[in-house]
Design a protein around this ligand. Structure first.
Ligand code: C5P
Length: 410
């Protein structure tokens, strides 16, 4: 009996030398039962022939929008029936087209008309990858919810070495299959400019939960994993910042290069921040600080009895509000994890804590997860960073923080 294909994708190939790797990607996806329709740009046909891709996929390859077999509507019909469109390789030129919504050939029209997720695997020379225009275009694609796979670092077809090699077919296949199964993908390295843009900028970050003791062995804490705060520390380090990471109890290793300060309770976190807040340029409060602590924790383990036990809780100091109220405060960024009414509560929090930028996320999506979705609230309104792994989001967030920080310090 013929096995039903689990998913359908369109594999778009654009004109780069890495087009030869698309043949292997096609083979790997088909091996996993994915049905693949190949579409190639005119330039792609100079690097690998449609005949090769037709022989491997068992289907005619689409190369032109002027073919009338689908009544000239292939761009609509194909993108409607696909579970995803994957562009591998995606040239700098094609990425620019996607970022601007151009649709002057079949493949770009399909991308614009699609209702399904779009994944792109960039492949280009390292200078093209680092160019400010490509950086803008990639940030735009990520902000539009496009998943960017790679590129990798290594030797390039031109003989130069650096970022811009297309990911290997096995890695791409893994990410495509993960997307089809709704699992997390690998992080996207954002193109960096030659200059490390936060050189000499001191950033103080709080991360993770706090633990408020009830007695010698029990305590009150929350389910924060610390992953978002640690990813932000990593993204800040990549930009050349001097990072101090004040962390509540987590199971994570500190990013290399960060100065780590381990704390347990909110009071300890407050002390650690107070000592360092005057000497930082940017403060990012990512920690899920406990709102209350036990008024009188017992030094000894409280013995169990049949009687009800009442604990008196007293409010903890608000660390972020304290830093934001300093006479010469650093640029302050707060986080808000809400379970409902995200926009309303986040805006309220931004005003009450008096911070220029507040990052909202839904607690159900964020806590403990490897992926998240963020909404940034600042004076210019709100800005969504669509669902992605936390490191990709942290890199986009750092770009936003950098722009706002530079604007504020001018
Ligand atoms: O008020 P709420 O806890 O929702 O605010 C969240 C933001 O405030 C986060 O940035 C968190 O790190 C910070 N915060 C803090 N000290 C507290 C409570 C929250 O710094 N006691």
């Amino acid at each position: 009996m013929k096995q039903e294909p689990i998913k359908r994708i369109v594999l778009g190939i654009t004109g780069g030398i890495a087009a030869y790797k698309a043949a292997e990607l096609l083979r790997l996806l088909m091996k996993q039962g994915v049905e693949v329709q190949v579409a190639m740009t005119e330039a792609a046909c100079h690097f690998i022939t449609p005949t090769t891709m037709q022989a491997l996929s068992g289907k005619p390859v689409l190369t032109t929008q002027w073919d009338n077999t689908a009544n000239g509507m292939a761009h609509i019909s194909l993108s409607r029936s696909a579970d995803a469109i994957v562009i591998a390789p995606a040239t700098a030129d094609f990425i620019a087209k996607l970022a601007h919504g151009l649709a002057d050939d079949l493949l770009s029209s399909m991308c614009l008309a699609r209702l399904c997720p779009l994944l792109v695997a960039p492949a280009m020379n390292r200078e093209m990858w680092q160019n400010a225009a490509t950086r803008r275009n990639i940030a735009q694609l990520l902000a539009d919810g496009v998943r960017v796979l790679g590129p990798d670092c290594g030797v390039q077809a031109c003989g130069e070495e650096g970022m811009g090699r297309m990911r290997e077919a096995e890695d791409l296949a893994r990410d495509v299959l993960a997307l089809l199964r709704n699992a997390p993908l690998s992080p996207t390295p954002l193109p960096a400019s030659g200059a490390r843009e936060l050189n000499n900028v001191k950033i103080l970050i709080t991360a993770g939960p706090t633990y408020e003791a009830i007695d010698a062995v029990r305590g009150i804490t929350n389910r924060s994993s610390g992953k978002m705060g640690y990813a932000i520390a990593q993204a800040a380090l990549e930009q050349g910042a001097e990072v101090t990471l004040v962390s509540g109890p987590t199971a994570l290793a500190k990013p290399q290069g960060a100065q780590g300060v381990d704390v347990t309770s909110a009071a300890q976190m407050f002390e650690a921040v107070k000592q360092r807040a005057d000497d930082c340029d940017i403060f990012i409060g990512v920690a899920a600080v406990a709102d209350y602590r036990v008024a009188q924790p017992s030094e000894q383990k409280i013995k169990k009895s049949a009687a009800p036990l009442t604990l008196e809780l007293v409010p903890n100091p608000d660390i972020l509000a304290y830093v934001a109220a300093l006479p010469d405060p650093p640029f302050c960024v707060g986080f808000a994890a809400e379970s409902e009414n995200l926009a309303k509560y986040a805006e309220q929090k931004r005003c009450v804590k008096n911070v220029p930028l507040l990052v909202g996320n839904l607690a159900q999506q964020a806590i403990g997860s490897d992926e998240n979705e963020l909404v940034l609230f600042d004076d210019s309104g709100s800005h969504v960073l669509p669902r992605a792994d936390k490191l990709t989001l942290a890199r986009l967030l750092m770009q936003h923080i950098k722009q706002r920080y530079e604007g504020a310090s001018q």
